[in-house]
Design a protein around this ligand. Structure first.
Ligand SMILES: [Ca+2]
Length: 393
């Protein structure tokens, strides 16, 4: 199968050594990864020198996401892919999970507990939302949970919002987050195999290969926002945008509200999309800015190209979406979209269509995370959390 978003530990130490070596090589080469559109005046006047500050070095099993809850400066909530939400309380990893639903979760490869979003009114309503692949049949589940009176322990009662059957074990997507419109956005992959064999990304009659948007404050378990682009068209009304392969991570720019989606590529091209309502982002007609089916002369009318792409050659294999930096501690990073590659461990910066390597993390990057202040974190699949900080000479 073509490269996908393999969230599995590499099978042999030899492969790991090669990866480490390639990462080291990449560090030495550095520089721009997409030479096109080169107007140097668009580049940041001085690229910030970045490094990683360890936050957690052990005690986590396959962390795949990190978030803070509104109104809570003390805690980081960390998703463990096998099915637990752990708490990092003022720098200390608590032994007892906030939530442990591992028994009901299918944990294998790209499957597991994949997404977490706190309701903007979490301090008063305690509501939060997760995405996971369930043990019984491999379907992906969007579910709501609630905090208890103990801020370190969740209630266990589940309210199911959506169950989406999955034809294959890969390409789950799984990110979910509230937009500035207080609507819940959910990313679903094309359902897997390779090359989207049933053309789900382009089929607006189903939910796979889409970004969804639902209103969890009205209706039960949710309602369709009246502004959804296909609310009255016969397509699935939850769809916000379509034509995605495996949108594993997305984020909203805190200043502009723009929705930045990283879509993991198939054979050659990893892409970054800025997504708007009703947009068709091309898969499987196109992979990045290139025809996929058919390989030449594909119909591109109406397809929205990515704002950036890079080739998944030897050391690079899968894009990991990050955040437009809106923190205060690294002024030179302001407004730059940070993202990474799962295999190479590189962290890239993107602004005005120009990308460059900002940092080599030297690990498998499973996700980025953002704290309340807008500072950014790198999660390593093998159990690490590091904060991105400015390197001091
Ligand atoms: Ca695309």
């Amino acid at each position: 199968m073509a490269p996908s978003m393999a969230l599995a530990i590499h099978p042999t130490f030899k492969v790991l050594l090669v990866l480490v070596w390639l990462t080291w090589l990449g560090r030495g080469m550095g520089g721009t990864i997409a030479p096109a559109m080169a107007d140097p005046s668009l580049m940041p006047p001085q690229q910030p020198a970045l490094t990683l500050l360890p936050v957690v070095t052990g005690g986590l099993q396959q962390p795949v996401y990190l978030a803070q809850a509104p109104g809570d400066a003390d805690r980081f909530f960390v998703l463990e892919q096998p099915g637990r939400i752990r708490i990092l309380l003022r720098g200390t990893l608590l032994d007892a999970p906030f939530l442990n639903i591992a028994a009901g979760i299918r944990f294998n490869g790209e499957q597991g507990l994949l997404g977490l979003a706190f309701h903007p009114s979490y301090p008063t309503n305690g509501r939060y939302f997760i995405t996971y692949v369930r043990e019984s049949d491999g379907a992906i589940v969007i579910a709501e949970y609630r905090a208890s009176d103990d801020p370190n322990v969740s209630r266990r009662a589940e309210k199911t919002l959506l169950v989406v059957p999955q034809p294959y074990p890969n390409h789950k997507g799984g990110m979910l987050e509230f937009g500035p419109d207080v609507l819940l956005y959910i990313a679903l992959g094309d359902g897997g195999a390779g090359g989207d064999p049933q053309n789900r990304g382009q089929n607006r009659g189903e939910l796979l290969g889409k970004i969804l948007r639902i209103d969890v404050d009205r209706g039960s378990p949710y309602t369709i926002p009246p502004g959804n682009p296909f609310a009255r068209s016969g397509a699935r009304p939850e769809i916000f945008a379509y034509g995605f392969r495996n949108p594993w991570r997305f984020s909203f720019d805190r200043h502009t509200g723009e929705l930045w989606v990283a879509d993991v590529g198939q054979d050659k091209w990893e892409e970054i999309d800025v997504v708007r309502a009703g947009g068709n982002y091309g898969w499987r007609i196109m992979e990045g800015r290139h025809c996929f089916i058919p390989r030449q002369g594909c119909p591109t009318t109406g397809l929205i190209p990515p704002v950036a792409e890079y080739r998944n050659d030897g050391s690079r294999c899968a894009v990991i979406g990050g955040y437009v930096y809106r923190g205060t501690k690294i002024p030179a990073l302001q407004g730059i979209y940070l993202f990474g590659d799962y295999c190479s461990g590189e962290v890239f910066g993107l602004r005005n269509g120009l990308q460059s390597v900002l940092l080599s993390a030297g690990r498998q990057i499973s996700s980025f995370g953002q704290d309340r202040d807008g500072e950014l974190y790198v999660l390593g699949l093998k159990g690490t959390i590091d904060r991105i900080v400015e390197a001091r000479p």
